[in-house]
Design a protein around this ligand. Structure first.
Ligand code: GDP
Length: 300
């Protein structure tokens, strides 16, 4: 299926290398564990999370949960599934008769606009009324791009002229979403990192305006990260989390990268749940993230 084929490169890097490694050893020793560590790091699982997994394997050996090298792969698959499922995610509050607001943040180029287009299409396909807000007013191209996605799915885009105040666009969009009884309002935001402080103030202001206009909103602030950037994605997650209340991550471009292990690092190191994954450029290539399916696609 699409998930498995999208994750093919990461899967190859992990499973094929682990199998090859395990095949070369009759018993588990330090050298084998060192080689395994290198394989996990190469999949961008990250230093901290890899150290934890290796420690878990050592513990597994001690408790005889693992007795042969061959048993390491299913053990890892199980541990990674547990890591991805850890911590209860509170169901977001939705006020009756009010739109559910998703604010989407992230650095330019990560696939933010594409993700919004796909998300809108996903909800619309599920019978929901969706409105887009073009609050990345810094790039005219971003507004145009959002309109193209809107047209594709027959969704309205609330916008103003280029360089207008993003918070004003967000305010307009909240009014429109309430007036039109939209189920979802999805807000695009700017991602120009070179003028970092302004951007961060701008994002905070958008969040504040939305919170004032719609009770409990924004119910979600999704941070879009590009999987191909590996550990850079982790740094972006730290940065944005300091500014706005990031509730979850969309990991794009998982197709065509061997760095898919970053999903595990994001959850384990930052405690941020991955909510959606992008496995291609098409309108249907955004999937709700399922930890069990993901672990199976990687290790199964
Ligand atoms: P933005 O600057 O963050 O709004 O980025 P865009 O939405 O314009 O996307 C940048 C590029 O990434 C575009 O060429 C998209 O088609 C591409 N892209 C976005 N998501 C995915 C994905 O999941 N897989 C692949 N292969 N490409 C993607």
């Amino acid at each position: 299926d699409k998930l498995k084929s999208g994750l093919e490169k990461t899967r190859k890097g992990l499973t094929e290398n682990i199998d090859r490694l395990v095949g070369g050893y009759a018993k588990i020793d330090e050298e084998l564990l060192d080689d395994l560590e290198a394989i996990l790091l190469a999949a961008d699982i990250g230093v901290k999370t890899t150290a934890k997994l290796i420690a878990d394997i050592k513990e597994g050996i001690k408790t005889k949960a693992i007795t042969t090298p061959q048993e390491m792969r299913p053990f890892l698959s199980g541990r990674i599934t547990e890591m991805l499922c850890a911590g209860s995610v509170e169901a977001p509050v939705r006020s009756p008769g009010m739109p559910y607001v998703i604010m989407v943040v992230g650095v330019n180029g990560v696939g933010k606009t594409t993700t919004i287009g796909k998300l809108g299409s996903f909800f619309a396909q599920h019978g929901q009324k969706v409105l887009f807000a073009a609050a990345d007013t810094f790039r005219a191209a971003a507004i145009d791009q959002l309109e193209i996605w809107g047209k594709r799915s027959g969704l309205e885009v609330i916008k103003q002229a280029e360089n207008s105040d993003p918070a004003a666009v967000a305010f307009d969009a909240c009014q429109a979403a309430k007036a039109r009884h939209a189920d979802f309002l999805i807000i695009d935001t700017a991602g120009r990192l070179h003028t970092k402080s302004n951007l961060m103030e701008e994002l905070k202001k958008v969040e504040r305006v939305v919170a004032r206009e719609i009770p409990s909103a924004p119910q979600e602030i999704l941070l879009v990260l590009d999987a191909t950037t590996g550990q850079n994605a982790i740094n972006q997650a730290k940065l944005f989390s300091q500014v706005v209340r990031v509730s979850g991550v969309v990991l794009t471009k998982l197709d065509g990268t061997a760095k898919g292990g970053v999903v595990i690092a994001i959850k384990h190191e930052l405690g941020l749940p991955v909510r959606w994954i992008g496995v291609g450029e098409g309108i249907d290539d955004l999937r709700p993230f399922d930890p069990v399916d993901f672990a199976n696609a990687l290790f199964g």
